[in-house]
Design a protein. Structure first.
Length: 249
């Protein structure tokens, strides 16, 4: 693979990562009636969508049978999602998404609904959308432009990854401490039943635990996030704060 071909795939990766971010953020924002910046990284891109699209295009571009593309892409993308879930759990000691309540799931990491969604999207991309995208983007660019754009994207993604991973230091400890503080405050309701929970002494500790903007975004972006040995998911923690602390979070 020459430098232009490699850089071209890198540009497509950036485009599909951005499209994936638009899809997830828009869908979640619509369902929950509030804005969500989805994804692990801070910027407007979700790399797993970019990797999935590139794998589908690379391996399935010569196929023309929609059923074959649907089945093969479902397998490819589910394998990618499973390995990503497993890898992130090993790296950060947390489960970032959980499909345990979905029909026909494997260890809560992938499920039948995801297989169908991946297969359907990939079929449309390989047969219809990508030829149009290629004709209106990289086919109109020369080698220098493609290499420059892909290099710039690599720098931005690398910097964002470094910032995000660096910001994860102490995140688990903060979330665990916040959970304990909330539970401690809730336990006092029975002693002061006439008081709201946010006026109880235990809430002083909750106020002292300051989450960064990135940490708050990650809790909102991954409602199923649960660190090892933790009782609550991110969604449950956020709901406890909203219900009892008069906070929009």
């Amino acid at each position: 693979m020459d430098i232009k071909t490699f850089a071209t795939y890198a540009v497509w990766f950036l485009i599909y990562s951005f499209i994936g971010w638009i899809y997830e953020s828009t869908l979640r924002s619509f369902l929950h009636r509030r804005w969500y910046n989805s994804g692990f990284l801070n910027g407007p891109y979700i790399p797993i969508y970019g990797f999935g699209a590139i794998l589908d295009i690379f391996f399935l571009k010569d196929l023309s049978d929609p059923l074959q593309i649907f089945l093969y892409s479902g397998i490819i993308d589910c394998l990618l999602e499973y390995l990503t879930s497993w890898g992130m759990e090993k790296l950060f000691h947390a489960r970032w998404w959980d499909y345990s309540n979905k029909f026909l799931n494997i260890n809560g990491r992938i499920c039948l609904l995801g297989f169908v969604a991946f297969g359907s999207f990939a079929t449309v991309i390989v047969l219809f959308f990508h030829p149009w995208l290629q004709a209106h983007t990289t086919d109109l660019m020369d080698t220098a432009q493609i290499v420059s754009l892909s290099s710039f994207g690599a720098i931005v993604l690398s910097a964002d990854t470094w910032i995000t991973v660096s910001g994860m230091k102490g995140f688990q400890e903060k979330v665990e401490e916040l959970t304990l503080a909330l539970e401690n405050a809730k336990s006092r309701v029975s002693e002061q039943i006439s008081d709201r929970i946010d006026s109880l002494p235990g809430m002083d500790r909750v106020r002292e635990i300051k989450l960064s903007l990135q940490e708050k975004r990650l809790l909102r972006a991954f409602p199923s996030l649960r660190f090892r040995n933790m009782k609550y998911t991110a969604e449950q923690i956020i709901q406890m704060i909203r219900d009892n602390y008069r906070s929009p979070f």
